[in-house]
Structures are given as structure tokens and as C-alpha cells.
Design a protein around this ligand. Structure first.
Ligand code: PMV
Length: 334
């Protein structure tokens, strides 16, 4: 199994160490891609077909505690409720933990708290796997570099490799077959005025997982071959825009990138449409506000929820247009 070999290569001799302390905790923010990751060149290692760029959402994310479980099985607790071991969530996590089990009698007790809806296109798996890797790093005292932590998180969920850092993060796609050059890189730029508004349309589990939707798009969309060039163009354009804090260009790049990704999904077969009627109503409202000269944009991931992008000086107008909006100031809410 390739994944285990990567873990072996990263942990080296430390692979066999037992936990250093009774328990360890870590937090990782969720992240929202402004230039999306949509398509894998290696499905086992979650290696992407393009680079991508995200912003981490401050205090929105996942806090995870790891300790030894004294029963003969792993135990996962999510938001204070024990997770059914036969659920796909639990199986995915245990499969991930298996790569780090140093002794067949070592069972994990994972206590995880998240302040974002899981599996609703709000990147809960991104912050989940990143927080887990950070907590394991402390528990086993691996002392890994951030790059290595990013690679390990990527093995759990691709976008998790960007959740190791706050602020803007670029996931460099890399070229190597083993993915050792495919990890997140923090962008040092700060933009305190930048706001993200979560518009939760539904907290329900999505009907098609991002994993399945991504693969279906790559294999069946007649337009997928256009996507790498589109993301590369967006990636090249967005970096100077972040440096110069050119808000309208940032919003336009992010919205257009997301719309292009969803257009690919609509052209897949069977088609994938994550939007529900309320999603479309919010999009139309955003376009109407823009026509009235309010600078607001949105992005959408693998779910019906939208993330509004706007500046601090427009908070009150955004709140009156969208009373349910949950506002995050990624560079201020720490
Ligand atoms: O990492 P995954 O498998 O949850 O995929 C994430 C895909 C998007 O959220 C839609 C895009 C992205 O870059 O985060």
C-alpha cells in the first residue's frame, strides 16, 4: 500500500515510538479554496491535477484530542457523541489511524469537536484531518516539519493539507509520483479587512461525496480538459491581487473559479448539482447587490452552502441583506 510507504518515509525511525504523553490536543482551521482543487492525478495519495489556493477561517475548525483507548477497539467521539463504528466517517478515520498504529494493542480514543457542519461542503474533513495529524504529532512527539504534516494530512483528505496554517495557503501540486513535493505553503500576506460570510443553506450530509463527484467529473465531463488551464490562470492572477489587496479582482477570480468548477459538475454524467433553490436565490441576491455597487462575491464548494467574500467596511450592508450570515474575519478572529 503506497500510503503506508509515504508514512514510513516521513516518520522514519520514529514510526515505532509509543505515545510520549497521556494525551494531546490540537486545533486546525477549516479552509475555503479561492482557486479550487477539483481532480486527482493519484486517488490513493490524493495528488491533485492542479495547484489550489485557500484562506483558513480563523476560529472555525476542529479541535481534536488523542489518547489511548483502554478497550480493544478505537473510539471516535464527535461533538460529544460516540460515532457508530460501522459509519463511513468512522471507517475512514480508523483506516487513517491504522497507518500510525505502532503496536497492534494500541487503540485510539479520538475526541473531536467541530464548530462547522460536517459533510456539508464546509471542509470539515479538511480541518478534521489536519487537527488529527497535529495532535498525533504532539502525542507521539514526532517533531515533524509543517510540510511533512501537510503531506500526512493530505493522505486523509486532499484539502486538509492547506489547513495546517492560518491565512492564505497555496497547495503546490508537485510532480513526483510519491507526492513528496505536493503540500501546502503558507503565504505570508495578511489582509485584516477581508471577511468571509457563511451562508448555511443546509447542514445535511451531501448526497454525493466530494471524492465521488471529483472522480465523476474528471472521467465524464466533456469540458474537464479545460479545467487545469483555468485554475492555472486563476492561480497566476490571484497572487499579485492578494499582494496589492485588490478586492474586486480577488472576488471576481474566486467567484469565477467556483462557477467554472460547478459548471464542470453540471456537465458530468450523471450530473452533479450541489445547489438547492436557496443557493441560487443567494447567488442572485449577490449579483443584484453588485449591480447596486456593493462589492460582494461568493464561492461554493461541494455542498449547497455559499461563502460570501466582502470587506469589513461593508459588514452592516451585508448583515442587512443576509440576516442569517455568520461573519468570519480570518485575520482577526484568531
Ligand atoms: O479535500 P476534499 O476531498 O474534501 O475536496 C475538496 C474540494 C473542494 O472543497 C470543492 C475544493 C477545495 O479546493 O477545497
Amino acid at each position: 500500500m503506497k500510503k503506508k510507504e509515504i508514512v514510513e518515509a516521513i516518520l522514519g525511525k520514529q514510526r515505532n515510538t509509543l505515545p510520549a504523553i497521556p494525551n494531546a490536543q490540537a486545533f486546525a482551521p477549516t479552509n475555503i479554496a479561492l482557486c479550487k482543487y477539483w481532480g486527482k492525478r493519484d486517488r490513493e495519495l490524493n495528488l491533485p491535477l492542479t495547484s489550489s489556493l485557500s484562506i483558513s477561517l480563523g476560529k472555525k475548525g476542529t479541535r481534536t484530542e488523542v489518547k489511548k483507548n483502554h478497550a480493544n477497539h478505537d473510539e471516535i467521539v464527535l461533538n460529544q457523541q460516540s460515532v457508530d463504528p460501522s459509519s463511513s466517517f468512522c471507517k475512514r478515520l480508523i483506516e487513517f489511524l491504522d497507518m500510525f498504529r505502532t503496536d497492534e494493542n494500541l487503540y485510539f480514543h479520538i475526541n473531536t469537536e467541530t464548530n462547522i457542519p460536517t459533510a456539508a461542503g464546509l471542509a470539515s474533513s479538511a480541518s478534521g484531518f489536519a487537527a488529527l495529524v497535529l495532535a498525533l504529532n504532539k502525542w507521539f512527539n514526532w517533531n515533524l516539519k509543517e510540510q511533512e504534516l501537510s503531506i500526512l494530512a493530505r493522505l486523509g483528505s486532499g484539502s486538509a493539507c492547506r489547513s495546517i496554517w492560518p491565512g492564505f495557503v497555496e497547495w503546490q501540486m508537485g510532480k513526483r509520483e510519491d507526492g513528496m513535493d505536493s503540500y501546502g505553503v503558507s503565504i505570508s500576506e495578511v489582509w485584516p479587512e477581508l471577511c468571509i460570510g457563511l451562508m448555511i443553506v443546509s447542514g445535511k450530509e451531501k448526497p454525493v461525496s466530494s471524492r465521488e463527484a471529483m472522480q465523476r467529473t474528471v472521467t465524464t465531463s466533456p469540458f474537464y480538459s479545460l479545467w487545469p488551464a483555468k485554475v492555472n490562470e486563476d492561480m497566476t492572477a490571484i497572487k499579485p491581487v492578494i499582494q496589492t489587496r485588490d478586492f474586486d479582482s480577488l472576488g471576481k477570480i474566486a467567484e469565477s473559479d467556483a462557477m467554472a468548477m460547478h459548471a464542470l459538475m453540471l456537465s458530468a454524467w450523471p450530473p452533479i448539482n450541489y445547489a438547492c433553490p436557496e443557493t441560487v436565490l443567494i447567488m442572485q441576491k449577490v449579483w443584484e447587490l453588485r449591480r447596486d455597487n456593493l462589492p460582494v462575491y461568493f464561492t461554493q464548494d461541494a455542498g449547497p452552502n455559499l461563502k460570501l467574500i466582502f470587506l469589513k467596511k461593508n459588514i452592516s450592508q451585508i448583515q442587512s441583506a443576509f440576516p442569517k450570515v455568520d461573519i468570519i474575519q480570518p485575520f482577526i478572529d484568531k
